[in-house]
Write a protein that binds this ligand. Structure first.
Ligand code: FAD
Length: 403
């Protein structure tokens, strides 16, 4: 599967940071993690850090999948409003999803500081009403979040104009959000794990997976076998090849990044990310070196050849939208790219076993706009499942909820 088009900035900026071998021998271990993107890195880190003997394999170079294309806004605010989740499930589920995600931002921050040098920074998140007709759903969402103690402030049309110079009927300002270089975080985590003894192999594709009652056997494209007590399928949007029927819809999402911008021009964008209530939405954030990163313009299908052709045109459309919001900002695209993206019908991820493969195979499908936050949550959740312990998110993130 072709996961990305154009020039994803993180891969260009960082290059191939570390070298890992190809697998050329048979292995046994406690857990084999299939996929070395941000999800596989976080899951392997959680397991290896708690005494599990972990092997990680990736069919590409590590982090060369969607992780290199991610714009990596870290938010507890899920693409599905909490009020919609509460209507679809119940209040307790909505609260659990939002509170867990809020906690995960702090946990990613702690890990980023531990690993160091991954362009992590906390920031604020400004979510504005794209149309006047969105006002009441934003108002309901704000009331719900305020009632449940989330760190939010309501901005009226006048306050939004005065404080941010933006024209919209209202916005929710959240004081908890963050940003990171996802490629660097995952790569540095994997390197740290390798130095601590975790066996990591790239350019090693899993071609078959057979589960029995007490083990899983994987075969690789090089004809090697890996026998483990559990497998975690952290293969990103390619994971669905192991599942029938599909559990999520694949889309294409587009992004561009500017050269570093004069701090005076950047203004409040230096520490506030911006997104809107339309779906799909446009979003913006700054990087540590003062670039503007813009994303959106999603297609509701994913056709790599078409996506390749559309990158520049979509970047131009995004740029026009940014110019309407910030007429004085001079920040044209320096690099533009696109990637496969997937979302579930409720905006929540899928972690855990699937009836098709039994209890030894655990999926880590961090699908949705909050993929990285979800991966952080999924790491703890999957460790609990492997250790046979209950976890508060098991049911909410399970395949069973989708019927
Ligand atoms: C344009 C774009 C913008 C995004 N913006 C955000 C954002 O702002 N915030 C956010 O939180 N998330 C965002 N996301 C989503 C986020 O990037 C994803 O959730 C995340 O990258 C998924 O990581 P992953 O490790 O699950 O998948 P990947 O990074 O794709 O890693 C999976 C790995 O599995 C490997 N693999 C696949 N099949 C096999 C096999 N058979 N054998 C061995 N290895 C295999 C692949 O080679 C790949 O390296 C964005 C995504 C895109 C595309």
């Amino acid at each position: 599967m072709d996961l990305k088009s154009g020039y994803p900035f993180w891969a260009v900026k960082n290059g191939l940071m570390y070298a890992f071998p190809q697998l050329d021998t048979d292995l046994t271990c406690d857990v084999v993690v299939m996929g070395a993107g941000i999800t596989g890195a976080l899951v392997a880190n959680e397991l290896a850090g708690h005494g599990h003997d972990v092997v990680v394999v990736d069919r590409r170079d590590i982090c060369w999948g969607s992780t290199s294309a991610s714009t990596a806004l870290l938010q507890y605010e899920i693409d599905t409003h909490a009020t919609d989740l509460a209507r679809r499930y119940d209040q307790a589920s909505a609260l659990l999803a939002y509170q867990s995600s809020l906690r995960a931002i702090g946990e990613i921050g702690e890990l980023a500081h531990e690993v160091g040098d991954v362009d992590f920074a906390t920031c604020e998140s400004l979510y504005y009403a794209s149309h006047r007709s969105d006002y009441s759903s934003l108002d309901d969402e704000f009331t719900w979040r305020k009632q449940h103690g989330f760190p939010v402030r309501w901005l009226s049309r006048a306050a939004l104009k005065e404080e941010y110079g933006l024209k919209a009927s209202a916005a929710i300002l959240s004081s908890v959000a963050a940003r990171v270089d996802p490629y660097r975080l995952a790569s540095r985590l994997l390197d740290r794990m390798q130095r601590k003894g975790v066996r990591i192999f790239d350019r090693t594709e899993v071609t078959s997976m057979t589960a029995t009652a007490d083990s899983v056997q994987l075969t690789t494209n090089g004809g090697m076998s890996i026998k483990a007590k559990h497998t975690v399928v952290a293969s990103g949007y390619e994971s669905q090849q192991w599942l029938r029927p599909r559990v999520a819809k694949n889309l294409s999402s587009y992004a561009y990044i500017s050269d570093p911008v004069d701090p005076a021009q950047l203004g409040w964008l230096a520490n506030t990310m911006l997104w809107e209530s339309s779906r799909p939405y446009i979003y913006l954030r700054a990087t540590g070196d003062g670039r503007i990163l813009v994303g959106g313009e999603d297609d509701d299908h994913d056709m790599p050849a078409r996506r390749d052709r559309m990158v520049d045109r979509k970047a131009a459309t995004l740029q026009r939208k940014v110019a309407r919001l910030f007429p004085d900002l001079q920040a044209p695209p320096a690099f533009a790219w696109a990637g496969t993206f997937a979302e579930t019908s409720d905006g929540l991820p899928l972690f855990g076993q699937h009836p098709q493969h039994g209890p030894r195979v655990l999926f880590a499908l961090a699908y949705g706009g909050n993929g990285i936050t979800y991966s952080m949550l999924g790491a703890g959740l999957l460790r609990a499942q492997i250790e046979n312990r209950p976890h508060s998110l098991t049911e909410l993130f399970a395949f069973a909820r989708l019927g």
